[in-house]
Ligand binder design. Structure first.
Ligand SMILES: CC(C)(COP(=O)(O)OP(=O)(O)OC[C@H]1O[C@@H](n2cnc3c(N)ncnc32)[C@H](O)[C@@H]1OP(=O)(O)O)[C@@H](O)C(=O)NCCC(=O)NCCS
Length: 151
């Protein structure tokens, strides 16, 4: 597998294909369309198996010191190391740019959901720590902030 920075506008149709194949996570059409638009303009990395993109991540640089994983997805089957490789690439780029922190917002445990429990297990598995769960940020859904200090 090869992970490299890509042009988000070029990747967008592929990103849409990957997101549409994961309806348990990206089943709300308006959010999916927004994510694809975000991919177009945000710094993005993709994981390739030969010429086929099998995963991608886009980040939002809120401050030079803290980068947010905005959208991250890998084709199924999961747990083949694609997510770890993508987060690793973002970490290296963030460190090289002087960032100290990665963060992510995801569905919190206050709303039990088997798929997002796996998502949180992934983030914990690659070194993110739960910081705060907020019930007032996303209408009807708990939002968990997770952070990963960069050494
Ligand atoms: C989240 C996602 C990108 C992770 O990618 P992945 O390739 O499946 O995950 P990896 O194989 O790189 O997992 C890395 C580590 O995370 C942990 N992990 C991943 N999935 C896990 C699970 N289901 N249960 C427990 N730990 C898990 C493990 O520590 C794993 O390392 P190990 O396999 O060596 O033990 C992918 O599963 C995905 O696209 N999920 C659906 C979309 C999504 O949740 N996106 C994030 C929204 S905020």
């Amino acid at each position: 597998m090869d992970v490299r920075p890509v042009d988000g506008a070029e990747l967008a149709p592929t990103a849409e294909r990957i997101l549409r194949a994961l309806p348990a996570w990206f089943g709300i059409e308006s959010s999916l369309v927004e994510y694809v638009e975000d991919v177009r303009r945000m710094p993005t990395w993709a994981a390739f198996d030969a010429a086929r993109a099998i995963g991608f991540v886009s980040v939002r640089v809120h401050f030079p010191t803290s980068w947010e994983v905005h959208v991250l997805a890998a084709e199924e089957p999961h747990r083949r190391g694609v997510g770890r490789a993508l987060v690793g690439a973002v970490e290296r780029a963030a460190r090289d740019a002087g960032a100290r922190l990665l963060h992510v917002k995801t569905l919190g445990p206050a709303r039990p959901n088997a798929e997002y429990a796996r998502t949180r297990a992934f983030y914990e598995g690659v070194g993110f720590l739960p910081l705060e769960e907020r019930l007032d940020l996303w209408a009807g859904n708990p939002c968990l902030f997770m952070v990963k200090p960069l050494d």
